[in-house]
Design a protein around this ligand. Structure first.
Ligand SMILES: [Fe+2]
Ligand SMILES: [Fe+2]
Length: 309
């Protein structure tokens, strides 16, 4: 293992270095804090750092403080990983791209309206787009099926939450951990009837509750293969009706209070993003869920919507 030893006292540094080398470690020695800092923020830093508390130029305790702050801030590499994963999901069905980007931006906007702070808001922007990453593991015959899903197929489709969480599992990076939480919990419901774990109310992580609402909003206001986008009035009515059922009532209140800002942002993004013909179903949309339960045909837009008054 590569170990960094930062110690301004040469004698102590050589002593520690000799012991570590005897144990088979590769040692990088530094005589001041600023040298140590440069090595720790390079692309391939040593795995372990032994830092003297007091050192010239930069104290060991200050290096620790800075490293902790850095750990909570997404590295460019983490953001790139998320972007590439989102692209991979998009390759599975290239029409979801605009939906993923909008979900990130609108989730960040809701986080901001909730007063959740700049860091969390920024992380939501980057982490929410991979909420449906697990669809990569769903067979095309089910994911792209135009007819109604059988119960067995619905159960397989629900596994996209677990698959997404598995892909994102085990990272130390805050933004990737948040992405995992979202992938796993964005289909949980406030009333406990969601999946995969049937969590209820605040048992569901806040990020999952935010994306559940935004995902449904974006899906309802998008064209589907079997129906046109719902009107804003209709979408808001359904969201209000689902308050404290599918959605966290506090989030619904905040969302509806600022709904014009959300619509404005959605409109602006649609002008800037490549056209998205439709958003394929992932059972997240209130209507899709009801529709699956009813087993209605995916080729009858008008009759389905007529029954939804
Ligand atoms: Fe989903
Ligand atoms: Fe979605």
């Amino acid at each position: 293992m590569r170990v960094l030893v930062a110690e301004d006292n040469r004698f102590f540094r050589l002593l520690v270095e000799a012991s570590l080398k005897k144990w088979g470690h590769e040692v990088v020695g530094c005589e001041d804090g600023s040298q140590a800092w440069d090595l720790l923020v390079q692309e391939d830093p040593p795995r372990v750092a032994l830092l003297d508390w007091e050192m010239p130029k930069l104290e060991g305790v200050e290096i620790c403080r800075r490293l902790r702050a850095l750990k909570n801030r997404p590295y460019l590499g983490d953001l790139e990983t998320l972007r590439r994963l989102a692209l991979a999901a998009e390759c599975k069905d290239d029409e979801t791209g605009a939906h993923m980007v909008r979900t990130g931006a609108l989730s960040a906007l809701l986080a901001e309206k909730l007063g959740l702070g700049e860091q969390f808001t920024s992380n939501m922007f980057h982490a929410a787009p991979t909420h449906d990453l697990g669809k990569i593991g769903i067979p095309d015959g089910i994911l792209l099926k135009r007819g109604p899903l059988t119960q067995v197929e619905v159960d397989i489709m629900k596994r996209h939450t677990l698959i997404g969480a598995k892909i994102l599992d085990g990272s130390a990076a805050t933004v990737l951990r948040l992405a995992r939480t979202i992938a796993l919990t964005h289909h949980e419901r406030w009333d406990g009837n969601g999946y995969p774990s049937g969590l209820a109310r605040t048992e569901i992580p806040l990020a999952g509750r935010i994306v559940a609402l935004i995902d449904a909003f974006d899906a309802m206001t998008s064209n589907r293969p079997y129906r046109r986008a719902l009107t804003v009035e209709r979408t808001c009515k359904i969201i209000r009706e689902e308050s404290a059922k599918q959605f966290d009532p506090h989030l619904v209140n905040v969302f509806l209070t600022h709904v014009n800002v959300f619509l404005e942002m959605r409109e602006r993004m649609n002008k800037e993003l490549p056209a998205s013909a439709h958003c394929p179903p992932c059972l997240c949309d209130v209507l899709d869920a009801k529709r699956s339960a009813q087993g209605s045909s995916m080729t009858e837009p008008a009759s389905f919507l007529a029954g939804e008054k």
